[in-house]
Design a protein around this ligand. Structure first.
Ligand code: FES
Length: 124
């Protein structure tokens, strides 16, 4: 029997999301309006709620970029917590063991987007 597939919300063509880049979108996640970050790292796409684990601010609350200067980590621009892009885990002593909330992402047929049962709607 085929497993049910999560709803898909296309965001942009694959070619429009290069390594180290991200897109922001708003979505209805678990019944609440949330901002989401869709990003590419080492060729793969990942998505997270745009909420720092430390305090309510968004990762890009002070600076537009979400990757740190090395391009190897995500970084909250408020107090500088860094995260592993593949898992959303905090790599900083502050909030060690916590992680960004992951959202299902997909890439297929030249398109990237969100694919998650918890998402009811998504757009820019
Ligand atoms: S609010 Fe993100 S590091 Fe403090």
């Amino acid at each position: 029997m085929q497993q049910p597939q999560p709803p898909k919300f296309p965001v942009c063509p694959s070619a429009a999301l290069a390594d180290g880049q991200h897109r922001k979108l708003t979505m209805v996640f678990e019944g609440r309006k949330e901002e989401c970050l869709l990003l590419r790292f080492d060729g793969r796409v990942y998505a997270y709620l745009n909420r720092c684990v430390h305090m309510p601010p968004r990762l890009d609350c002070e600076e537009a970029r979400i990757f740190d200067a090395t391009g190897r980590h995500l970084r909250c621009s408020m107090h500088g917590i860094v995260y592993q892009p593949q898992t959303g885990a905090s790599l900083s002593a502050m909030c060690e063991g916590e992680r960004l909330r992951s959202v299902g992402a997909y890439e297929e047929e030249g398109e990237v987007g969100i694919a998650d049962f918890r998402v009811a709607a998504a757009g820019n």
